[in-house]
Design a protein around this ligand. Structure first.
Ligand code: MN
Length: 719
């Protein structure tokens, strides 16, 4: 068991300038906070942070990371708050402690491969300082080393999580030594029977295998000397149990088919010696075709460099790895190696986006003057384009940055997207346009019968959501256009006093459609509805020649413009919500309940005006384009209509507050403007949402009742 003094001397030997006072304070605080707590092993709890700190010190991380290691469990496991840690140890230590604490709270739940991948990415995306990951990895390694003290269920869960999440992260960071130890330990706890069997099997062969290794080493050593290729070390080893097991699984073979238990490793001083050594090895033993890999010329994405070859001796194949000391260091310690050897060069795969940041680190390293500068440059944004959010059942969805609950809903299922009406993020209701953050738990609220809103297109970011919404709206619009087109055509037929049945006799519409190069009768009607074809033109095709005598011949218009339309069956239905084909005219902005008239525009469907609208007079010029409209029954939702009131008031204290309070009692105010004119009259202009005309009238009545209000009128054009 390591003591604090051991830790300090380790830190000192790496970095003479380390702030040991900070470490001592962190240690004493942590020991005090964890006092009385014991680990499952029966040891004092403080032994765990001490061991973690020692591992982090061995990675040669700075004093901030080591102090944070000592404190990494105080926020999670004691009553200490992160603010308290910040006050005592400064923002940097607190930031690392907070990061480690945050990772601990992610509920990893699935070992399914794709999910595990998302968890790893999410974890990394939540981290903005590489020290957080390294402290967390050290924490996990120590926990794995002491896992035997836990109950089986916990043990299996932690081991699986280690295998799914932490070992791959260590791999990504190139820390193969740590990765290997995590994998061996996880294997041992996940499948102790298989582990023991494999270990016994290897032990049986150990003596013989070690003799073989020694012979191979001696042969190679002699040849390298003869050729004057200096090798620093020649390592022979028996493969790790986890990697043997993986090989059995991957190649679906039995133990008796495993030959290459052995691996040799040649470590040279210079890169060119690697290639020289390779040539010699291939002279001694015949290479297995297709097994040579040059990771020196083409480094792995995590910076790993080495030559790999498989050769055969006495009928037994074995792998040889050849690399320089520097490459070996990087292979074993990955990212942590960069603190130790700063002069080296490590390549990275150019199009591996996960490692763009590592490249950035390495690039920054070149011009960093001292180690602490380097540390300060370790700000990460690992997945700048993505966020990771949970379903309530713990499934992770990867989404582009800026994604909203609607994107999330469509990522879950198209139907969930279509019927989505709201969302709870981390148990709080939020607007649908809220941008999600990594780690958010998103619960989509759906309601049967609800449909996507055109408005969503202004904020969704995934192409899936955009596509599905557009598709739905287009399909709906088409239905609407067909219906509208039929009504416009009916109106035209009636205008010319034609026999409806005769004109639309057996597939007459289909025939006209074909003449016009349109697929079907419905598409023809849709074209009329969209305003691409006029009803008149279609009618001339349906009933050619002089049959077209207008019934209304000689009369200027059928009805006076201000007629209140009857809400008859034939009327076009209008609603407050967006509808591309039937739109409310901006000039008079009619609201539900008001008398309205429709006007067939050229190319933009039907425009709905209030029958009191001054522009309605103009409709007289083209009476044939007037059409009956009625308010549809479609639910607009509350506050679907935005109107503006101009309120004349006496200039007195609290007038504005009285008026707006009264209004906001039963509607949503969007905007308020107020000013006072020269005769001490105030004018308040309020833009607000109402449900319908009745609602508006109620609000106006309420406002009139406010003392000091002189006049209230609705302003048609919104300011
Ligand atoms: Mn811990």
């Amino acid at each position: 068991m390591i003591t604090f003094d051991d830790l300090v001397s380790r830190v000192r030997s790496n970095d003479a300038d380390a702030d040991t006072d900070l470490l001592r304070r962190a240690y004493e605080f942590s020991a005090l906070e964890h006092a009385g707590q014991t680990r499952r092993s029966g040891e004092q709890y403080i032994t765990h942070p001490l061991e973690v700190a020692a591992l982090v010190a061995d990675m040669r991380l700075d004093d901030v990371a080591i102090a944070a290691s000592l404190l990494h469990d105080v926020v999670e496991d004691t009553l200490t708050t992160i603010e308290h840690v910040r006050d005592l140890f400064g923002p940097e230590v607190a930031h690392v402690v907070e990061g480690v604490t945050k990772i601990s709270t992610i509920p990893f739940s699935s070992s399914e491969e794709r999910q595990a991948e998302n968890f790893r990415k999410m974890l990394l995306a939540m981290v903005d300082d590489v020290r957080v990951i390294l402290v967390k990895l050290a924490d996990r390694l120590h926990n794995m080393r002491t896992l035997g003290h836990l109950k089986e269920e916990r043990r299996v869960k932690i081991a699986q999580e280690t295998l799914d999440i932490y070992a791959p992260i260590a791999h990504r960071l190139g820390m193969s030594k740590l990765q290997n130890e995590l994998e061996e330990l996880a294997f041992r706890h996940l499948d102790p029977a298989a582990f023991d069997r494999l270990r016994a099997w290897v032990e049986e062969r150990r003596r013989a295998t070690e003799e073989t290794v020694a012979q191979l080493q001696a042969t190679l050593d002699a040849k390298l000397r003869d050729a004057h290729v200096p090798a620093v070390t020649l390592e022979g080893r028996i493969k790790r149990l986890f990697s043997i097991r993986e090989k059995l699984r991957r190649q679906k073979i039995g133990l008796d088919e495993v030959y290459d238990l052995i691996a040799l490793r040649v470590i040279t001083r210079k890169e060119r010696d690697c290639y020289a050594a390779l040539g010699i090895i291939h002279q001694i033993w015949p290479p297995v075709p297709g097994r040579f890999k040059d990771f020196i010329a083409m480094p792995r994405p995590n910076g790993y460099q080495s030559l790999h070859t498989s050769v055969v001796s006495g009928g037994v194949p074995f792998e040889v790895q050849i690399r320089t000391e520097r490459m070996h260091q990087v292979a074993e310690e990955g990212i942590a190696a960069h603190w130790k050897y700063k002069e080296g060069r490590v390549g990275a795969h150019p199009d591996e986006k996960y490692f763009r940041w590592l490249r950035q680190l390495l690039e920054t390293e070149k011009d960093a003057r001292d180690p602490s500068d380097f540390i300060h440059s370790l700000k990460l944004d690992l997945y700048p384009e993505e966020v990771y959010a949970f379903t309530p059942r713990g499934e992770v969805k990867a989404l582009p940055r800026g994604a909203t609950p609607v994107d999330f809903a469509y990522a879950v299922h198209t139907d969930v997207g279509h019927t989505c009406v709201g969302a709870r993020v981390n148990r709080r209701m939020v607007p649908l346009r809220t941008r999600l953050q990594s780690g958010d738990i998103v619960e989509v609220v759906t309601a049967a019968g609800r449909t996507p809103s055109r408005d969503w297109l202004t904020f969704v970011v995934t192409s899936r959501a955009r596509h599905k919404i557009k598709h739905f709206i287009h399909a709906q619009e088409k239905v609407r256009a067909v219906e509208l087109g039929r009504k416009l055509l009916d109106k035209e037929i009636r205008r010319f006093d034609l026999n409806h049945r005769a004109v639309l006799a057996s597939d007459a519409l289909g025939r006209v459609a074909a003449e016009l190069g349109i697929p079907k009768a419905d598409d023809l009607c849709a074209s009329i509805g969209y305003g691409r074809l006029s009803a008149r033109l279609v009618l001339t095709r349906l009933a050619p020649g002089d049959a077209l005598r207008e019934r209304t011949n000689g009369r200027p218009a059928e009805t006076p413009p201000a007629r209140v339309p009857a809400a008859d069956e034939d009327a076009i239905q209008a609603s407050g919500c967006d509808d591309l084909l039937v739109t409310r005219a901006g000039c008079c902005n009619p609201i539900r309940g008001e008398p309205i008239v429709g006007y067939v525009t050229r190319g933009k469907g039907v425009s709905v005006h209030a029958s009191t609208c001054p522009n309605v007079v103009n409709l007289l010029y083209h009476p044939e384009r007037r059409i009956d409209v009625a308010w549809g029954n479609a639910g607009d939702g509350p506050g679907a209509f935005t109107v503006c009131l101009a309120i004349q008031v006496q200039d007195r204290r609290g007038m504005l507050a009285d008026v707006t309070t009264r209004i906001s009692e039963n509607t949503n105010i969007r905007r308020v403007e107020a000013d006072v004119n020269e005769i001490r009259r105030g004018r308040i202009s309020v833009t607000m949402d109402v449900d319908d005309l009745k609602h508006l009238q109620r609000v106006i009545k309420d406002v009139r009742a406010v003392p000091g209000v002189i006049d209230v009128e609705r302003v048609l054009r919104q300011p």
